[in-house]
Write a protein that binds this ligand. Structure first.
Ligand code: ADP
Ligand code: MG
Length: 625
């Protein structure tokens, strides 16, 4: 290929601009990113060579070398991994924007402190080289390709880049950074070594630098031709727990997660038995930007006997634990295992079950011993964990204990165990109310009788709650009961006199109810009296078997049609003790009042009126009268 000048893709240009103009702190991470790419390239070679050992040519020992040239002001990172063909260099280093690109830019534009650390998280690490370099040259030859098939890629990191074919004997890639004015601090063996050991100690390949020796004449350290390994080159998880410090666990976490915050908790175990594996799993302190994407692959890397197999092996963790990061290293799986095979493997199933239990124990431990920390965890990941209640029946009980809610007694942090402990004498059910948000939930008319009697009600406001409730029927032998479904049956909490009184009132009210039913026949399935209301005139409930109106609303918002939406109508319950309801019968404006009663009940539970203008007109008629 003749030398060609090609343009970066528009999004890549934007990234480059942001990278070179706005990342000030943690510049040194460029080295981590480039070493990590070198290490990935070696992993890829090892993987492809499983089927084709010839790819190793005559250099089977994979390694990374880092050196600098003080006169030329360059730093070179060399690997003998898979390398790139000319087409690959063009595609991977400039014309195809990665999927994380947009998210990265959004994050960077919003971020106050422009921390270069962010960059690797979004899969655009290569460009971090331009933080310190005003030109990057990449020379590469793909494993298995002839020497004449080498490629040189070069760019100043602005609008375009050049590519040409070169002849290159060495397999793999050299990345040569031409340092910007002012970045000379990196032209030092001491500096480079310290950055490598800070970020890349656990890279399982040797990272080599030139050995130094004291020069008597020059009175300084000078490079020799001998190379030495400057990282520990032992994968952290393979070392004994007792040899690893907390700081090392934390650094490793940063490396695999690109998270700037320390993890909330971690667990490291060697599991022996029918399947043998090592797991090192972390729970992050903060939710990632894409937590809500259920298709996102998990954060657990799979190794087999210390050989990296794949990132994001989703088969290793249930979907509801997709926030867990870490490494699982199996002693039994075949090295050429594919994603498809993983899904079916019995060993993988055992690993997933074992790892799930470990994560749950870790969370139980935090919940029990560090309540504040658990509260933080819950705010970040609680809604995701709730998915597990429906997905993981085997662990449903353990998950139920980990759940935390708001209730009429506290705005957050109420566990089902707390609730059960506080249940009143004679209370048989755990009462719950779902709503769009806490404010709506708290002011819901449905709570009035529970408040009056001092009975706690759990207030559920996450989107996933309705779904969770359709899987969680009971806790500790007590059924979960929605206060907005069916009639209120407070069971033993209501005394005989109250029940009798209610029946008599209902009987006396029958004629009014018939009139209301007629007036609201298009909107309500039924109209009945209730004892659940204290201060409000009316409320809306649904039949025991029907979908709650909150769920119907959620589905409608998400554009889904569901049986019952629009089909089954709600029930209007009226409070016969309320002044407005009492005088309904004798009021000439009966029809308007009936409609308003229904509209207001709908509004009070966070619903939307189908015809707001009609509501306003009715209210105005009353006000003007
Ligand atoms: P990521 O590593 O997350 O894929 P990068 O921006 O760091 O993103 O790298 C972009 C791509 O460039 C890599 O996915 C890889 O295809 C290619 N690449 C970068 N460095 C090397 C290297 N040393 N050897 C082979 N390919 C490389
Ligand atoms: Mg990378």
């Amino acid at each position: 290929m003749e030398k060609q000048t090609l343009s970066f893709q528009a999004e890549v240009k934007q990234i480059l601009h942001l990278v070179t103009h706005s990342l000030y702190s943690n510049k040194e991470i460029f080295l981590r990113e480039l070493v990590s790419n070198a290490s990935d390239a070696c992993d890829k070679l090892r993987f492809e060579a499983l089927d084709n050992a010839a790819l190793y040519e005559d250099t089977p020992n994979l390694e990374v070398r880092v050196w600098y040239d003080a006169a030329a002001k360059t730093i070179t990172i060399r690997d003998n991994g898979i390398g790139m063909s000319a087409d690959e260099a063009v595609a991977h280093l400039g014309t195809i924007a990665k999927s994380g690109t947009r998210d990265f830019m959004a994050k960077l534009q919003g971020e106050q402190k422009k921390d270069a650390n962010l960059i690797g998280q979004f899969g655009v690490g290569f460009y971090s080289g331009f933080i310190v370099a005003d030109r990057i040259t990449v020379e590469s030859r793909r494993a298995g390709h002839p020497a004449a098939d080498g490629v040189r890629w070069s760019s100043e990191g602005t609008g375009d880049f050049e590519v040409e074919t070169i002849s290159r004997l060495e397999r793999g890639t050299d990345v040569i950074l031409h340092l910007r004015e002012g970045e000379e601090e990196f032209l030092s063996p001491w500096k480079l070594k310290s950055v490598i050991s800070k970020y890349s100690d656990h890279i399982s390949l040797p990272i080599l630098m030139r050995k130094q020796k004291w020069d008597e004449e020059k009175k300084e350290q000078v490079d020799t031709d001998e190379w030495e390994t400057v990282n520990k080159a032992a994968a952290l998880w393979t070392r004994a727990k007792s040899d690893i410090t907390d700081a090392q666990y934390q650094e490793f976490y940063k490396q695999i997660s690109y998270d700037q915050d320390a993890p909330l908790a971690y667990t490291h175990n060697r599991v022996e038995g029918r399947t043998e594996y090592t797991q090192l799993l972390y729970v992050p302190a903060k939710a990632p930007f894409d937590l809500w994407n259920r298709d996102k692959r998990g954060g657990v890397k799979l190794y087999v006997k210390r050989v990296f197999i794949m990132d994001d092996a989703e088969a290793l963790m249930p979907v509801y634990l997709r926030f867990v990061k870490g490494v699982i290293d199996s002693a039994d799986l075949p090295l050429n295992v594919s994603r498809e095979l993983l899904q079916e493997s019995r060993d993988v199933k055992a690993i997933r079950e074992g790892s799930t239990k470990r994560v749950l124990s870790m969370l139980e431990d935090v919940a029990e011993n560090q309540r504040d920390k658990y509260a933080d965890f819950w705010r970040q990941f609680g809604a995701v964990l709730k998915e597990g209640v429906g997905e993981d029946h085997q662990n449903q009980e353990r998950l139920a204990k980990l759940l935390r809610f708001a209730s009429t007694a506290a705005d957050e942090g109420v566990s089902l165990e707390d609730y059960v402990k506080r249940m009143k004498d004679g209370q048989e059910a755990i009462y719950v109310l779902t709503a769009d948000n806490l404010a709506t939930a708290k002011s819901s008319p449905q709570l009035e009788i529970f408040r009056k009697k001092g009975i706690e009600v759990l207030l559920l406001t996450d989107r996933v709650d309705e779904w969770m409730l359709s899987h969680l029927f009971e806790f500790d032998g007590k059924p979960l009961q929605s206060v907005a479904k069916g009639g209120v049956d407070l069971g033993k909490l209501q005394d005989e006199a109250e029940k009798k009184q209610a029946e008599e009132t209902a009987e006396a009210f029958k004629p009014v109810l018939e009139k209301l039913k007629a007036a609201l026949k298009d909107r309500a399935k039924d109209v009945r009296t209730t004892t659940r209301l204290v201060d409000s005139p009316a409320c809306i409930v649904v039949d025991e078997g029907d979908m709650s109106s909150h769920l119907a609303r959620l589905l409608k918002q998400s554009g889904q049609s569901a049986p019952g939406i629009g089909g089954s109508k709600p029930i209007l319950e009226v409070n016969p003790e309320h002044a407005l309801v009492k005088r309904l019968d004798s009021d000439a404006r009966f029809d308007d009042l009936a409609q308003i009663l229904f509209d207001q009940a709908l509004l009070a539970e966070g619903g939307q009126l189908e015809d707001p203008a009609a509501y306003v007109a009715r209210v105005n008629r009353l006000l003007a009268a």
